[in-house]
Write a protein that binds this ligand. Sequence first.
Ligand code: ASP
Length: 452
Amino acid sequence: MKVAKFGGTSLASAEQIKKVCSIVLADDARKIVVVSAPGKRHKQDTKVTDLLIALAERYLMNGEAEVELEAVISRYREIAAGLELEADIVQVIEADLRSRLTGDASSAEKVMDGIKAAGEDNSAKIVARFLQSRGVEAHYVNPKEAGLLVSDEHGNAQVLPESYANLHDLRERSGILVFPGFFGFSPAGDIVTFSRGGSDITGSILAAAVEAELYENFTDVDSVFAANPNMVQNPQEIRELTYREMRELSYAGFSVFHDEALIPAFRAGIPVCIKNTNNPAAPGTMIVFERKGNGNPVVGIASDSGFCSIYVSKYLMNREIGFGRRLLQILEEEELSYEHTPSGIDDISIILRDSRLTPEVETRIVDRIKRELAADNIVIERNLSMIMIVGEGMRHNVGTTARAATALARASVNIEMINQGSSEVSMMFGVKAEDTEKAVRAIYEQFFQNHQ
Ligand code: ASP
């Protein structure tokens, strides 16, 4: 049994949905189909999820949102017409959206999540209906009835362990099961969504729960590329990646796959394949436990902007017991999560997402570090990018750091920070945001174009 997940561009129009259904029907093992909300039909288009967020915001502010509601309904109307479905499906969708607006309004978060989830939920109903219209046994599956339970962190849910046993029972059902991605239900029965792009997570949870032989993730590119094609011309396609490599790459900006989506499949030992709905014959990228090296220590280069660092120095920091703990405790008390902490003998940097460190929090933290830890120097640096060089081969290869650093020096990129993860699967360079593209290109050339 395979679980096939289709992303937003695969659901964006009737034409795309027809491709999805042909792919599903081309392989009998594709029994569970997970769908996203309709995404962009072209570059300037708006995803249905974004239309739904605008709808919820408007409704929460004004108590009505007819214009925004119509924008969502018209996307589904166009899809239903293109698939020649009976018109009642549009009425069903409209009634569903209206009932979400008038549902439990005890908190804005609940209203928002209820509406956001409508994109995937109605996609799933449409796909099931289309398959049925072609004489195929297909069923829409309601995540509540199937038992996909999640924590009640709205917009950022995490799966609860009991979901796996509940969802295991889907194996016994007949026909093709069409399951909406992106949301589950809290134990109290509320809709709660994962973070953005979270349909990948749903697919991974289902693949683990039903012990699928393969989790196929259909998107709109032939494979994962060794670097962002917007920064590097015609980057190499990656055929095979390990889970750890993929996790590092998606964390640092490879948007093909949600960075939290690997864990369920990984724990259950299920291979993942990234494929293209628009070119299903292409082999795609396989994500596996182990892969054979090809001589290149690096498999991919990712970059992500929006970081900042808090640099703290104090003479003899290395001898002061509890300094690190007290420093991190200040962050904890300010409810800040941090990303990395490269350190030296007398200094330490804490790297955070820029958006988390508001000016008020910054002032408070700097003041507390000065007072409570008697630090000599504290410097906050904003607008940093992280360049992540990833590859299992780096562990056994001498000189990778030197090659990367030399490439950056030749491109006149100043390195603000270097951090090599303890796993040695990745190495990270902090650079000024404006140097990001230059840095990625220089490192790509070093490892992929000069690579003997
Ligand atoms: N539709 C949701 C989003 O745009 C989830 C997804 O597509 O995976 O974030």
